[in-house]
Write a protein that binds this ligand. Structure first.
Ligand SMILES: [Zn+2]
Length: 207
């Protein structure tokens, strides 16, 4: 069984010092590790990221990335590299994992509704040449014909923090392949898609 250093795993995600202790406590509560353990099995990383993602919101100093008051998660100040909203290395890692999971599921077409122009651009660049992406934006005609057509084309569709697109547009996105990602940030979207792909593969269902 492959394992890695627990403190390296946490510091790579921006949990250091006091926040490393907080993160460890949440992992103890989730029974993913216990006090005294210094290494963790690689196959637990997905579960670790889920537990940490549910308990903490990692943000950098930029105003744009400051968590909203409605976010009940504990805020953790991290460098821009690890920021959930704008993080460079985090986004890259998450997209790599999403691309690999989609490949395993046999999916190549990702439809994304919402997100900001900046985050859409980041996602597009990271997926370049490997996945086919289409976007429902504020400029897309919000009717069933247009959006239903795009949905039909896709292997998986994501409604991504739908604040910038109309309800009419998101209303046209329904069905088993539609996923809602309420969090900003490329990594949040990529992790959600990866998890859906893995569930799909595990259950053996084709769609
Ligand atoms: Zn940021």
């Amino acid at each position: 069984m492959h394992d890695i250093s627990l403190s390296e795993l946490l510091s790579a995600r921006g949990f250091v010092g006091e926040n490393e202790i907080r993160a460890l406590e949440s992992l103890y509560r989730a029974k993913l590790t216990r006090p005294g353990k210094v290494r963790i099995a690689v196959n637990k990383i997905t579960a670790v990221d889920e537990v940490l993602g549910a308990a903490f919101v990692r943000h950098c100093r930029k105003t744009d990335c400051t968590p909203s008051c409605s976010d009940a998660r504990h805020p953790v100040r991290v460098s821009a590299q690890q920021c959930e909203s704008c993080g460079g290395s985090d986004n890259r890692r998450a997209v790599e994992e999403m691309v690999a999971a989609m490949e395993t599921a046999g999916w190549t077409k990702l439809l994304v509704a919402g997100g900001s122009p900046g985050t859409r651009d980041d996602l597009q660049k990271l997926c370049e040449g490997r996945l086919n992406l289409r976007f429902v934006t504020e400029d897309t005609a919000p009717n069933k014909k247009t959006i239903g057509g795009m949905l039909g084309w896709s292997d998986i569709a994501v409604i991504w923090t739908s604040t910038e697109i109309s309800h009419k547009a998101t209303d046209a996105l329904r069905g088993a392949k539609v996923l809602r990602v309420p969090r900003r940030g490329v990594a949040a979207l990529a992790n959600a898609v990866r998890n859906r792909c893995m569930r799909n593969c595990n259950s053996g269902a084709s769609r």
